[in-house]
Design a protein around this ligand. Sequence first.
Ligand SMILES: Cc1cc2nc3c(=O)[nH]c(=O)nc-3n(C[C@H](O)[C@H](O)[C@H](O)COP(=O)(O)OP(=O)(O)OC[C@H]3O[C@@H](n4cnc5c(N)ncnc54)[C@H](O)[C@@H]3O)c2cc1C
Length: 419
Amino acid sequence: MQAYDVVIVGASFAGLTLAHHLPKNLRVLVVDAKPEAGSTVESTGLITTKTRNEFESFFDIDAFITNHISSIGVVAPGYDDYFISSVKEPWIFQTDTKGLVKALADRAPSNVTVRTKTVFFGVEDALPVSSVKIQTQGKSLEEIRTRVLVGADGSHSRVAQATGLERNRRFLFGYEQVFFGQVYLGPCPEETIYHFWFGEFSLGYGGWLSPTIVDGHKAFRIGLAKLEKDRGQAKDLIRKFIQELLARKIISIDGEVEKPGYFFGGLIPIGGVLKNISKENVILVGDAAGFCGAFAADGIKGSVISGKEAAGLILRYLQGEPSVFKELPKRMNAHGDIMDYYRRQLCYRWVWDQMCRDETFRAMYDIINTERDTFLEQFCDSKDKKKSLTRTVLKPRHVFRLARYSWLILSDMVRSLFH
Ligand SMILES: Cc1cc2nc3c(=O)[nH]c(=O)nc-3n(C[C@H](O)[C@H](O)[C@H](O)COP(=O)(O)OP(=O)(O)OC[C@H]3O[C@@H](n4cnc5c(N)ncnc54)[C@H](O)[C@@H]3O)c2cc1C
């Protein structure tokens, strides 16, 4: 039976970041069910300045940035209005997700073995060494021994399930298609991402459009996310969404609309950070632990930070500190108060989930539109700490708009009680 110090399930943002940070004298195995690391990545791949900095400390992230985004375009319900809000420096970055994850795997240190086409099936709890069941495609079930097991296996973690740790319970279903083609809305489409706030799309999250470059050609990512219970509607809605944007000449597609370059769907955890994410020699990182913004659905930052911080804790565990994994959230919070960010995200999620009708989204759009000159500033990592979405919106001059918006939310809440 092969023996490792650390077995990581999941060769994506969290698992591979961890693999890069573990001490080089440890024997590390990363397993992933996919044919190749990065062969598909269920993510739009937008990262903030802080996330870029987190990557920069160990990896040449800039080689995988396709677009520097300094504007957001928000499109009102019914497509009848939109505004562009800009900042001077890039606010977020579009990455080449497949290339990025593949390179993270290819450049893993020599003490790390990445085995793809390999599924984790279960673990026999025993200390100090556990026996892990994995199966590589075309081979029989195999048992390997490890001193530490890490669940970096995404929102629907099998490691969490097999070890009795807490599991994510609330999800969005995000669905995205990538096309060669162009976007034509606003002055600098290649530096803009677009959000579409419609009742129909926005029950859950909203529609998005993000220009990118694929294999040196202009392309864009178009997607939407729905609450998991409505996931069955996602494909039809995206078809409708694309047709509408084509008809309005907001996008053009090189090739056939029915044949995107690639597409994917995935579950995004939106229930907040899980409390019970470790036991004895097992720890969860990334989406598996719920480190994802419940409103913004941004999980890459939490995956990278949890991967980095888990590495130090694993070393301390192996040196004889048995309960050290419990420190993970506290240690992560040293990276720009990320746990406080996750708590605020839960509040925004609650408000968003109450809104049902275009009218309500329109009322919110009307308030934010009047603040468009400064709207984007509060989302920048470099922002003045006093700036926040709430402070931007809660101003005396918006009193009538806010009253109307609150009334509409209230009536949405009452309506949903009867549906
Ligand atoms: C449509 C969509 C768009 C998104 N856009 C963004 C964005 O723009 N910015 C952002 O910050 N976040 C975004 N997210 C969220 C972000 O992608 C995730 O938070 C992030 O990918 C989590 O990384 P991870 O390493 O924890 O898990 P994942 O990236 O989910 O990787 C888990 C890995 O584990 C493997 N695995 C799972 N089970 C097993 C098993 N039993 N055996 C072996 N391998 C297994 C999988 O194959 C996978 O490779 C988006 C998510 C979706 C669905």
